[in-house]
Design a protein. Structure first.
Length: 76
């Protein structure tokens, strides 16, 4: 089975970078984390605004003079 996995890796990576003689030595199986919608909503708020700031998070408009140009920097 490791040889067939190596061949699959060669085929999948061919468009990115040509690989030759891929050998699988050690594999670590990772589990997909559980998706909990309640926990996600708790972290990011209840999502009623749909991208609009709510309450005191509203931004303020900055007034600039006509023809304002930022200063030129000599080096970055």
């Amino acid at each position: 089975i490791p040889d067939s996995i190596g061949k699959d890796i060669e085929k999948a990576c061919q468009s990115i970078y040509p690989l030759h003689d891929v050998y699988v030595r050690k594999v670590k199986m990772l589990k997909k984390p559980k998706f909990e919608l309640g926990k996600l909503m708790e972290l990011h708020g209840e999502g009623g605004g749909a991208g609009k700031p709510s309450g005191d998070e509203a931004g303020t408009k900055v007034e600039r003079a006509d023809g304002y140009e930022p200063p030129v920097q000599e080096s970055v």
